[in-house]
Write a protein that binds this ligand. Structure first.
Ligand SMILES: Cc1ncc(COP(=O)(O)O)c(C=O)c1O
Length: 424
């Protein structure tokens, strides 16, 4: 019965073009990726500064592993806090120019730990509608009244702030948003949000996951670029994107950190990340804030201008609508040698499936120009009928392409995309 339920659920996802499969990469994260023996230009990684495979970052991780072991052995509060964790937190606080900072095992664990620790049943959370799942899940876990506001709409946010003050006069009111949105690549109207927050006595939780490393002085993020960092109560980010490692963090007052050390359950009840990831992130921060970081950001900007100069950071979405349209477009680009993932619900709202290209300073200008040409030609690039010599991105087996589907011929793999032909 249980297996039947699993099979039926997977078949349903298949039917709706919503099934995900893991692709096995055979190379380090970088400007190219290898799937099934095939090398593709990689426009799917958030390694915006190309630091994940940077020699000094990798060496720092290796050294920390030799010195501190492969695992931390316990949660941070028991015996898992090792010197690299402390050094990372000091460096993060200096980077964000706050009294203190605190690292978590992942960005997801940061959102799901911090929001329920700070907000409770008698509080209100006003959340941008396009906020990342970690923020949505954290808000839900908190038990607070949640009121989403239209994406990047300060007018509706102000309306909700008034509503919250009137209906919940004793509540603490939290505004939760990202600074650069993960799937849309646009920037929040942060100055207006900070002004509103102050005017209405609310508390701002800002996730800078996709802005850190990319925007602001030394890559400090959008809040720094706009000069409002000192007015934000809770600054949040990840170490696994531009900083090339893994983990998440919050930065703020000493009291905030001391409180979260005691109350954030994803911190309290989880084994500390290995020292290697902390040491790697610390070295990445040094690079990010130094001259090399500035050069990498300048290159990233040049590359971004090739794709779309109006985009503020390193994320470039092409919104296509249906799931199958996005899958088909991703598949067509793959045939041309580009890995640009199709993003579908629940990552984005239904009807807004898209291709999402992310740039890295490690990309070659030529590759980005070729991608732009491929995207421009996408409308006239039907998938060929019948067999080709293309390779399955999951297992490396032979792919059969027919008018409305792409199927792996390996009997054990099962990779299959079905398109709605009436849409194409
Ligand atoms: C805005 C945002 N916050 C948090 C996260 C989660 O970070 P992590 O991947 O480190 O868990 C992501 C990841 O994509 C993100 O886009």
């Amino acid at each position: 019965m249980f297996e039947d339920f699993l099979e039926a659920s997977l078949a349903d996802l298949d039917r709706r073009n919503l099934r995900r499969r893991l692709r096995i990469s055979e190379a380090p994260t970088g400007p190219v990726i290898k799937f099934g023996g095939r090398t593709l230009h990689n426009f799917a990684s958030n390694d915006y500064l190309g630091l994940a495979a940077h020699h000094d970052v990798v060496e720092a991780a290796v050294r920390a592993t030799r010195d501190f072991g492969a695992g931390s052995g316990a949660s941070r509060l028991v015996s898992g806090t090792q010197l690299p964790h402390r050094l990372l937190e000091e460096k993060l606080a200096a980077f964000k120019q706050t009294e203190a900072a605190m690292a978590f095992g992942s960005g997801y664990a940061t959102g799901t730990g911090v929001l329920p620790a700070l907000a409770g049943k008698s509080d209100v959370i006003l959340l941008d509608r396009l906020s990342h799942a970690s923020l949505v899940d954290g808000a839900r876990l908190s038990g607070a009244a949640i009121r989403p506001f239209r994406h990047n709409d300060p007018d509706q946010l102000e309306h909700h702030l008034r509503w919250a003050r009137e209906k919940h006069p004793t509540a603490r009111i939290f505004i939760v948003t990202e600074s650069v949105f993960s799937m849309d690549g646009d920037a929040a109207p942060l100055r207006e949000i900070v002004d509103l927050k102050d005017r209405h006595g609310a508390i701002l939780i800002l996730d800078e996951a996709h802005a850190v490393g990319v925007l602001g002085r030394g890559g400090r993020g959008l809040a720094d670029e706009l000069g409002v960092g000192g007015r934000i109560e809770v600054q949040m980010g990840t170490l696994g994107k531009a900083l090339g490692s893994s983990g998440g963090y919050i930065a703020g007052s000493r009291r905030l950190v001391d409180f979260l050390i005691n109350r954030a359950r994803s911190f309290l009840f989880s084994t500390a990340p290995p020292a290697a990831t902390a040491a790697a992130a610390t070295t990445a921060l040094d690079i990010c804030t130094g001259r090399e970081g500035d050069l990498r950001r300048a290159k990233l900007k040049t590359l971004g201008n090739i794709l779309d100069p109006s985009r503020p950071a390193a994320i470039f979405p092409w919104i296509l609508g249906s799931e199958e349209t996005a899958l088909r477009a991703g598949e067509a680009l793959m045939q041309l040698g580009f890995f640009v993932p199709a993003i579908r619900p629940p990552t984005v709202p239904p009807g807004s499936s898209r291709l999402r290209a992310s740039l890295s300073s490690a990309h070659a200008e030529d590759a980005v120009r070729q991608l732009r040409a491929a995207l421009e030609g996408l409308d006239d690039a039907p998938l060929p009928d019948g067999d080709t010599d293309s390779v399955c991105p999951v297992c490396g087996g032979p792919l059969t392409q027919e008018k409305c589907k792409v199927v792996c011929r390996s009997t054990v793999c099962g990779y299959r995309i079905v398109f709605n032909c009436s849409e194409f």
